[in-house]
Design a protein around this ligand. Structure first.
Ligand code: NAP
Ligand code: ZN
Ligand code: ZN
Length: 352
């Protein structure tokens, strides 16, 4: 137990306005409350969602915006009521930092679907109406109930992307029961997609990567894929018609859904985790014929995020990362937009 300190300002990288480059600044962190942990952030992953939000692609953003919801660090201080963590513990924070804690979804561990809306780690307002600021920063204060433990077997830098990319793929893979005997395709080999390949393969599924070109083929096979096809080759869609039990699309841009639905077996499911800024068209016969499911999935709850971290530790799974200095963040955004990342940028927050 330690004594809480007054609200303090910490170094961060923020976008001052929509579409503006990120720059170094400071942002406030609340005093460490009864159930809070103060975390020294060590690493923060760059998710494509950070770019959608900084560039105001989804909805009205709150500026200045400090992105970052793939946070790995070490507990520096705990509030007097904290029971789950101690100073020195290795911890992670993902996409949300609070929820109502009383609705049916919160009570069953689906806090991310809270009926009152979970509180985003950044680009949101907390219970007191104060803006939240994310992980491109040196320190953060988070309620212990929205903090997870990073197992000893995982390095903090390669674990950081698991807090969003990892759980976003783990949750639907479990929900749709990927495992031995199941043919699973992952569309788009980026930050989410490469974790999807690793996790699906570790679950025992037969994994196929569908990427636009053949350029990532060798990588995909090393990550655990059994098969790889380029979607810019139209014969791919002929060859693979009716093949998969489950397809996970991680594509950040609108996708021609009908072509991918045709790759499912009868009763198969196409699950979208990619979150493009524009709506997509659909011919309903693509799901009618074959009783197919078109679904979406969003991150996962706190307990499931812990389960995912424990699973990744047990299977030796971390993210493939390019570690960058904070001042490289704008350049990194351009490279993500060009799909020129192998496979997640992670900011070394000691450089902020
Ligand atoms: P990323 O690293 O940029 O990967 C996206 C991949 O999509 C790219 O590597 C590329 O794969 C493919 N792609 C990009 N543009 C494309 C286009 N115009 N046509 C076809 N394929 C294209 O991004 P990420 O961080 O993995 O995030 C992916 C998406 O998921 C984003 O929209 C993000 O906001 C969203 N997301 C959703 C959740 C959730 O809870 N549902 C959580 C996190 C992120 P190839 O080069 O291999 O073709
Ligand atoms: Zn994310
Ligand atoms: Zn709730």
């Amino acid at each position: 137990m330690s004594v809480s300190v007054p609200a303090t300002r910490v170094a961060a990288y923020a976008a001052p306005a929509p579409k503006a480059p990120l720059e170094r600044t400071t942002v406030p962190r609340r005093p460490v409350g009864e159930h809070d942990v103060l975390i020294d952030i060590k690493y923060a992953g760059i998710c494509h969602s950070d770019i959608h939000q900084v560039r105001d692609g989804w909805r009205e953003g709150i500026y200045p915006m400090v992105p970052g919801h793939e946070i790995a660090g070490v507990v520096a201080e705990v509030g007097p009521g904290v029971t789950r963590f101690a100073v020195g513990d290795r911890v992670g924070v993902g996409v949300f930092v609070d929820s109502c804690r009383a609705c049916a979804y919160c009570l069953r561990g689906d806090e991310h679907f809270c009926t009152e809306g979970s509180t985003g780690t950044y680009n949101a307002l907390d219970r007191n109406g104060e803006p939240t600021y994310g992980g491109y920063s040196t320190r953060i204060v988070v309620d212990e109930n929205y903090t997870v433990r990073i197992p000893d077997g995982l390095a903090l830098d390669t674990a950081a992307p698991l807090l969003c990319a990892g759980i976003t793929l783990y949750s639907p893979l479990r929900h749709w029961q990927a495992g031995p005997g199941k043919k699973v395709a992952v569309v788009g080999l980026g930050g989410l997609g490469h974790m999807g390949v690793k996790i699906a393969a570790a679950l025992g599924a037969e994994v196929t990567v569908l990427s636009r070109s053949l350029s990532k083929r060798e990588d995909a096979l090393k990550l655990g894929a059994a098969h790889y096809y380029a979607t810019d080759d139209e014969t791919t869609f002929e060859k693979l018609a009716g093949t998969f039990d489950l397809i996970l699309s991680t594509v950040s841009a609108p996708l021609g859904l009908d072509a991918y639905l045709a790759l499912l077996k009868v009763d198969g499911a196409l699950v979208n985790v990619g979150a493009p800024e524009e709506p997509v068209a659909l011919n309903l016969f693509s799901v009618i014929d074959g009783r197919k499911t078109l679904a979406g999935s969003m991150i996962g709850g706190i307990a499931e995020t812990q389960e995912m971290l424990d699973f990744c530790a047990a299977h030796g799974l971390g993210s493939e990362i390019e570690l960058i200095r904070a001042e490289q963040v704008n350049e990194a955004y351009e490279r993500v937009l060009a799909s020129d990342v192998r496979y997640r940028f992670v900011i070394d927050t000691a450089t902020i």
